[in-house]
Every structure is written in structure tokens, then in C-alpha cells.
Design a protein around this ligand. Structure first.
Ligand SMILES: Nc1ncnc2c1ncn2[C@@H]1O[C@H](COP(=O)(O)OP(=O)(O)O)[C@@H](O)[C@H]1O
Ligand SMILES: [Mg+2]
Length: 364
């Protein structure tokens, strides 16, 4: 097993810098997910670990070794791609054994490893088949098996589930989670899907334009996002945001938007004349049919109702713009209804202005 560390790593393609200055420690034995929007540099970062992309400047360590100049095959990593890249003319078993044969491993040892791993992944009955006779999920499992038999120090996964349908994606996600519990090897997993990130990771790294927006445990990122970018990226439906200023009412500081005020709790710090953004998650809003315009209440007119079974998501129009709220499943709401949404003070977030505006919450 091994940790992975980037020290002041820069990656450019010609004139274009994709990763400007990455300082990142990926802990040994943990499941780390790199998540961020498409094009933010996740694959490039992963490919630098694999040795498939040269590093423009800086240092990369796997374990205690600097690996900048090491060939992919000398890095003791195994990578699983989005496209399974199985050899079509080989059986499942031969596909899994191939990398070990190349390394001239002893036949009995190969046999032992392949049977162990095919047992673990439920591939026993498929060993004689060729890839074209497998479903997408089975192929992905073989691709994972081929990586696991090698027992590398680090597994690298690049969006391994994005070619699968939603149901299968859920199943495979749970299998990968189980797999990590068994092998306990360092995993670096790249995805643009925040649900995958939240459910799989011990440690999430949120990236934007090749820069780390926040790193931490999934629930920490959900409950204490460090900036507006992370707040908007983690959680579904996404957090609602409203622009406003500071106003004083009865000498107490309030967030003031258009026809809306809310008292700012003491655990936020701010400057009097700053512009700020109020954030609230759809699941944290409380709805009532009685009109209320006291501080911390916002009236909306329902535009869309989405009953999901376990809850109902509504989209409404307010004086400050659109809002989404998640209501209990038995709520009787219809398009065109008026609703008052209460912002519980212990659930609000405040950020400085801008797409990456910093959280104004003081450290706990
Ligand atoms: N070989 C390349 N040459 C030029 N630009 C590239 C190359 N590979 C990736 N890029 C660019 O680098 C950026 C990050 O790409 P990538 O790491 O694939 O993002 P992600 O995996 O997060 O979607 C993108 O803007 C992409 O166009
Ligand atoms: Mg990618």
C-alpha cells in the first residue's frame, strides 16, 4: 500500500495550463474521490499518477518514492478506465491473467489469484466467456478483476461506471465499496458524479479548473462547505443561493435580499459593507401554507412539482428568484399554489460574493 503526494505539480498542454499548482496528499489505504465538473482536470491528475501524462513541473510521490521519471509499469499502480479495454479475443480468465503472465508470474500463483478474485467479484461462472458475451456490468467487473489480481499499491479508477445504466451503476457502486473494505488498498477514483463521490469516499477532493476547492470527509463537505463552489456542487438538488447585503435592524445584523431579511447568527463573520450570498439546501427548508413575511420567511409560487415517492421536490418563484424545496411525501401541493418557506437559522450558509465565494462561517 502507499500514499500519493503531489508537491507543487503543474501540468500544461502547450500554452494551456490545466493544473496550475497542485499540492495534494492522498492518504494510504483510504478511498479518495477526485470530483469536479467536466474538464476540470480530474483525468489529467489521475493520468499523472499513472505515468500516462508527463508532469510539467513539481514532484509526485507514490509511497516515499519520487516517481516523476518512472515508467507506468514501474509505479505499482493499476488503472481501471471508463471504457473497459478488455482483449476481445481472450476469455475472461485470460483477460484477468494477462498482466500477470506478462510479468512472468508463476502459473500456480496466477491460478490462485485469478480464482480468488473471480470468487470475490462473482465471475466464477463467466471465466470461459469472451467479452462480447458479457453485459456492461460484467465487463466492468472483469476490468476491475484484472486490476485487482495484480495487487498494486494504488488503484486508479477513471469514471468506471459512467457507461452503465442508473440501476447497474448503483449496484456496481456498492460492489466497489465492498471491494475496498476487503482489499483496503489506496484507491484514487475520479468522477463528475457527486453522488458517487459522497457514497464511496473516505476522503473527497473537489476540483475546479485544476485547483482544490476543498478536501475532507463527505459529510463535512456537505455540512460545512468551504466555499460556494463546493456548496453548490455537493448535494442534490443543489443548494439555493440568493444575493444580498448586510443591514442592521434593531442593531442586529441581517442578511438583506430583495424584500427578504434574515438575522445573521453569531457564528458568521462579515464586513458591514460587503455583498454576500445566502445558501440553503432544498431539504432544509420548512414549508407552510400560511403566508408569513416575518424575518427568515420567503413566499413562493409553485411552478413545478416533482413527486419522487420518498419526498416531493418543488420549484417556486420568489421575489429573490427561483427556489427549490424538498417537502415531505404527503404534502398536498399543486402548481400555482402559494407557499411560505422558512429558513431555519441553524441550516443557513453565507458566502462572500463570486462563484467561489468563501464561507463566512467561523471555524467550529
Ligand atoms: N492531450 C491534451 N492536449 C490538450 N489539452 C488537453 C489534453 N488532455 C486534456 N486536455 C484539456 O485539459 C483539460 C482537463 O481535461 P481532463 O483532465 O480530461 O478533465 P476531466 O477529466 O476533469 O473532465 C480540458 O480542458 C481538456 O480539454
Ligand atoms: Mg475525465
Amino acid at each position: 500500500m502507499a500514499s500519493v503526494e503531489f508537491k507543487a505539480v503543474e501540468k500544461s498542454f502547450g500554452e494551456i495550463t490545466v493544473v496550475p499548482n497542485l499540492n495534494l496528499k492522498i492518504p494510504d489505504g483510504k478511498f479518495t474521490v477526485l470530483v469536479g465538473p467536466s474538464g476540470c482536470g480530474k483525468s489529467t491528475t489521475l493520468r499523472m499518477i499513472a505515468g500516462l501524462e508527463e508532469i510539467t513541473s513539481g514532484d509526485l510521490y507514490i509511497g516515499k518514492k519520487r516517481v516523476n521519471d518512472k515508467l507506468p509499469r514501474d509505479r505499482n499502480i493499476a488503472m481501471v478506465f471508463q471504457s473497459y479495454a478488455l482483449y476481445p479475443h481472450m476469455t475472461v480468465k485470460a483477460n484477468m491473467a494477462f498482466g500477470l503472465k506478462l510479468r512472468k508470474m508463476d502459473k500456480d500463483e496466477i491460478e490462485k489469484r485469478v480464482s480468488e478474485v473471480s470468487e470475490m467479484l462473482g465471475l466464477n461462472k463467466l471465466l470461459k466467456r469472451k467479452p462480447k458475451a458479457l453485459s456492461g456490468g460484467q465487463r466492468q467487473r472483469v476490468a476491475m478483476g484484472r486490476a485487482i489480481v495484480r495487487r498494486p499499491a494504488v488503484y486508479l479508477f477513471d469514471e468506471p461506471l459512467s457507461n452503465l445504466d442508473a440501476k447497474l451503476r448503483g449496484e456496481m457502486r456498492r460492489e466497489i465499496a465492498k471491494l475496498h473494505q476487503k482489499v483496503k488498498t489506496t484507491i484514487v477514483y475520479v468522477t463528475h458524479d457527486q453522488v458517487e463521490a459522497m457514497t464511496l469516499a473516505d476522503n473527497i477532493v473537489v476540483l475546479n479548473f485544476g485547483r482544490i476547492m476543498q478536501q475532507g470527509r463527505p459529510l463535512k463537505l456537505y455540512s460545512r462547505p468551504a466555499n460556494k463552489f463546493v456548496a453548490g456542487f455537493i448535494g442534490s438538488p443543489a443548494m439555493n443561493f440568493f444575493n444580498g447585503k448586510i443591514e442592521y435592524h434593531q442593531e442586529k445584523p441581517h442578511f438583506a435580499g430583495k424584500d427578504f431579511i434574515l438575522e445573521i447568527p453569531p457564528y458568521f463573520s462579515f464586513k458591514k459593507d460587503m455583498n454576500l450570498q445566502l445558501g440553503i439546501r432544498p431539504e432544509d427548508l420548512l414549508a407552510s401554507g400560511n403566508s408569513d413575511s416575518s424575518p427568515g420567511h420567503l413566499n413562493c409560487k409553485i411552478e413545478v412539482v416533482e413527486p419522487l415517492g420518498a419526498n416531493i421536490i418543488i420549484t417556486g418563484i420568489t421575489c429573490m428568484g427561483r427556489i427549490m424545496a424538498s417537502l415531505p411525501p404527503q404534502s398536498e401541493v399543486e402548481v400555482g399554489d402559494s407557499l411560505t418557506l422558512k429558513f431555519p437559522l441553524d441550516k443557513i450558509h453565507l458566502f462572500a460574493e463570486g462563484d467561489e465565494g468563501k464561507s463566512l462561517r467561523k471555524e467550529d
